[in-house]
Design a protein around this ligand. Structure first.
Ligand code: CA
Length: 232
């Protein structure tokens, strides 16, 4: 029996039947198996019973709020959770990430973006703990083991703090990392909430990584929430 992407089971927890039908069509066309639950209680039952590889969770469910669903799933499973939320609900998205969600997609979503997030989340789940030591990030070839970087014009110096910010983003494999998470890991938990240093370091990193630092394509800002790193 071959184990391929076709074996991945995606659990969609969404009460809007039009949206869950679109998601089912989209995901099945990519070879995923799909289960749909139309409320939080059914979603939790399916998550326990069928052991899905990934959960797509609508934050606007009729019976429970999304954060409590995420916290309950986290008690018994590390499965990747991507939340679906309205574009305007920024505080809700941050709360979902804090509760243990891995990423979010805003509605109305683009199918290309949604599938990219699903792939990234499954990739990260498959690689827990492992991190490639050589990585191409924008115009840099970064060697995390040797703490060296090469740009188009030769060696590029990255400071230890710049390396730590990058590592934090690399570990997320293309998923979002909240500002507080990065600050807590790089500067320490007592600095959480103070975003000035992080903004400075993101700017410095962009000058080294991005071909056009004012139009970032690799180190991306997720407004009001955090950052994500697009890597090859
Ligand atoms: Ca809903």
């Amino acid at each position: 029996e071959r184990v391929t992407e076709a074996m991945f089971l995606v659990l969609v927890v969404e009460d809007d039947r039009d949206i869950s039908a679109v998601l089912r069509t989209l995901l099945e066309a990519e070879g995923y198996r799909v289960a749909v639950a139309d409320c939080a209680e059914r979603g939790l039952r399916e998550a326990r019973g069928h052991r899905p590889d990934l959960m797509l969770l609508d934050l606007g469910l009729p019976d429970r709020d999304g954060q409590s669903v995420i916290r309950e799933v986290r008690v018994f499973s590390p499965l990747p959770i991507i939340v679906l939320s309205a574009r305007t609900m920024e505080a809700e998205r941050i709360a979902a990430l804090d509760a243990g969600a891995d990423d979010y997609v805003t509605k109305p979503f683009s199918s290309r973006e949604l599938l990219a997030r699903v792939r990234a989340a499954l990739r990260r789940a498959a690689r827990t703990g492992g991190q490639p030591s050589l990585l191409k990030i924008g115009q840099l070839d970064v060697d995390f083991a040797q703490r060296q970087a090469q740009g188009p014009g030769g060696p590029v110096h990255l400071t230890p703090l710049e390396f730590r910010v990058l590592e934090c983003l690399v570990r997320a494999h293309g998923l979002i990392v909240t500002r507080d998470h990065i600050i807590g890991e790089v500067w320490g938990p007592d600095r959480v909430g103070d975003t000035r240093n992080l903004r400075v370091y993101v700017k410095l990193l962009r000058q080294k990584i991005e071909p056009e630092p004012d139009r970032p394509r690799f180190l991306l800002t997720e407004a009001g929430v955090g950052y994500r790193l697009e890597v090859d």
